[in-house]
Write a protein that binds this ligand. Structure first.
Ligand code: COA
Length: 396
C-alpha cells in the first residue's frame, strides 16, 4: 500500500540516502549538512509499508526570464528506488507537486532532466540549451590578433567569494534562464582546496584583471592532454579573448573542451577556423508554466503587441483556455478571454517560446503551433524575441 506525504524531520536522512541510491551515487557528505537547504514542507516522500520508495523536492529560487527575474519553484531530488520504477510513482509525485506549486502561487517550475524523455508529459519544455565544445590546439587561432591590456592571475579557492560572484552576476545580466549561484554554494566551493577536488587533477581558478577590476574568470581541470573549462564568465571582449587564449595554451595540453556554453557565445565567431570547433547541443533547464497568465504577465516583450493564445494543458485546468496577452518592454498583462485565438499551442511548447529558446515559427514548422490568424506567427516571434539566448550555466 503506497502512502504519499511530506517528509518528517526524523525521515530526512533516510530520504537523502534513498535519493542517492536511486541515482547510483555514494552519499559522501554528512546528510545532516544538507538539512538546512531543504524545506521539509516542500519535500515529498512515497512509502510502501513504511519503507521509502520515492521522493521529490522543490524550493524557491530566483531565475532570470526575458526582461525580468522572478522567484519560481526549483524542482529537484526526483527519485524512485530502482526496485519500484515504472509503477507510476514519479507520475503521482509530479502531479501532486504541480498542484502544490500552484497553491504556493509560484508562476512556474524549473528542473534539470537526467533524460530528455521524462518531463514533457508533465508540461515541461526546454527552457534553455547549451553547447559542449572541443578544439585541438593547432586550430584554435583567433581571426584577429589578440592583444590584452590586462593580466591573468590565479585565485585561491579560499578567495573566490570576494569577486567571482559579482563577475558571474555582471556576465549573466540580461540573460534569461540563469540562476545566480547561491552564497552557500560559493562558500562550499571556496572551502575545497584545489588539490582536494575530485577527478584527475584539481580545479583551478584563473581571473582576468584590468585597471584593478576583475572582468572575468575561468575554472578548469586538466585530465591527460585535455584542459576542460568548467565555467568561463567574462564581462568584456578583452577578458573573453584573454581567458580563452589562456585555456587554449596551457602546457602539456593539446585539446581544450568546454561544458555548458551558451548557443550564442562569441568565441566561435572569434576563431579563424570555426569549423574546427566541435560543437554539440544539449537541453539545459526545463520549464513548466504552472500559471500561464501570471507567467506571461511577468515577462517583458521586445515588440509591443497583443496576442490571443489558446493554450492546451491536460494537467492544469486553470491554464487550459484562451489568454489575451498585451505586452511591451515596460510590462505586460494577461487575462482569460473568449476572443478567437491567433495561435494555438501546448503549455510545454509555450514554455520554450516563453524563455526565448525557440521561435513560434520554428515550432510551427515542426507542427507544434497552429496559426489561426494570418501573420500571427511573425508577430509572436517579434514580441517574444530575446537579445541574448537563454542559458543556464549553473544548477540551483
Ligand atoms: C526517472 C525516475 C524518477 C522515474 O520514476 P518512475 O516511477 O519509474 O516513473 P513512472 O513509472 O511514473 O513513469 C512515467 C513515464 O515516464 C517514463 N519514464 C520514466 N523514467 C524514464 C527514463 N529514465 N527514461 C525514459 N522514460 C522514462 C516511463 O516509461 C513512463 O512512461 P509511460 O507512462 O509511457 O509508460 C526513476 O526511474 C529514477 O529515480 N531514476 C533514477 C534517478 C533519476 O534519474 N531521477 C530523475 C532526476 S531528473
Amino acid at each position: 500500500m503506497l502512502e504519499m506525504r511530506t517528509v518528517t524531520p526524523g525521515e530526512f536522512v533516510q530520504w537523502t540516502r534513498a535519493e542517492a541510491r536511486a541515482h547510483g551515487n555514494r552519499l559522501d557528505d554528512d546528510p545532516e549538512a544538507l538539512r538546512p537547504h531543504f524545506d521539509l514542507d516542500r519535500s515529498i516522500v512515497v512509502l510502501e509499508d513504511g519503507e521509502i520508495v520515492g521522493g521529490a523536492h522543490s524550493h524557491r529560487v530566483e531565475m532570470s526570464i526575458p526582461g525580468n527575474s522572478t522567484f519560481i519553484a526549483g524542482v529537484a531530488n526526483i527519485a524512485v528506488q530502482p526496485t519500484h520504477t515504472r509503477q507510476g510513482i514519479m507520475t503521482k509525485m509530479m502531479n501532486h507537486q504541480i498542484h502544490d506549486i500552484h497553491d504556493r502561487g509560484e508562476p512556474f517550475a524549473a528542473l534539470f532532466a537526467t533524460e530528455s524523455l521524462i518531463y514533457g508529459r508533465f508540461g515541461y519544455g526546454i527552457g534553455s540549451l547549451y553547447e559542449r565544445w572541443a578544439i585541438e590546439r593547432p586550430h584554435n587561432a583567433y581571426a584577429r590578433p589578440h592583444e590584452s591590456p590586462g593580466r591573468l592571475v590565479f585565485v585561491d579557492p579560499a578567495d573566490i567569494t570576494k569577486d567571482l560572484p559579482e563577475v558571474f552576476r555582471r556576465a549573466t545580466k540580461d540573460r534569461p534562464g540563469v540562476f545566480q549561484r547561491p552564497p552557500h554554494q560559493w562558500k562550499r566551493e571556496s572551502l575545497a582546496p584545489e588539490h582536494s577536488q575530485g577527478g584527475q587533477g584539481g580545479i583551478f581558478y584563473v581571473a582576468y584583471e584590468e585597471d584593478g577590476r576583475m572582468d572575468g574568470y575561468a575554472t578548469y581541470r586538466i585530465s591527460g592532454n585535455t584542459l576542460c573549462v568548467n565555467e568561463l564568465m567574462a564581462t568584456s571582449t578583452e577578458a573573453i579573448s584573454a581567458l580563452w587564449r589562456f585555456c587554449f595554451s596551457v602546457d602539456r595540453t593539446s585539446v581544450t573542451e568546454a561544458l555548458k556554453r551558451p548557443v550564442d557565445d562569441p568565441l566561435p565567431w572569434m576563431l579563424a577556423d570555426p569549423r574546427r570547433l566541435q560543437r554539440s547541443t544539449r537541453d539545459g533547464v526545463w520549464v513548466r508554466l504552472i500559471d500561464v497568465a501570471d507567467s506571461l504577465s511577468l515577462r517583458r516583450y521586445m515588440q509591443p503587441d497583443q496576442l490571443v493564445l489558446e493554450v492546451k494543458d491536460e494537467l492544469c485546468p486553470w491554464n487550459d483556455g484562451r489568454f489575451m496577452l498585451d505586452g511591451s518592454r515596460e510590462g505586460a498583462t494577461c487575462r482569460s478571454t473568449d476572443s478567437s485565438p491567433d495561435l494555438v499551442i501546448t503549455v510545454q511548447n509555450l514554455a520554450s517560446a516563453y524563455m526565448g529558446a525557440v521561435s513560434f515559427s520554428a515550432l510551427a514548422n515542426a507542427g507544434l503551433v497552429e496559426e489561426r490568424a494570418q501573420g500571427a506567427l511573425l508577430r509572436a516571434d517579434c514580441m517574444f524575441a530575446v537579445q541574448n539566448q537563454p542559458w543556464t550555466p549553473c544548477n540551483f
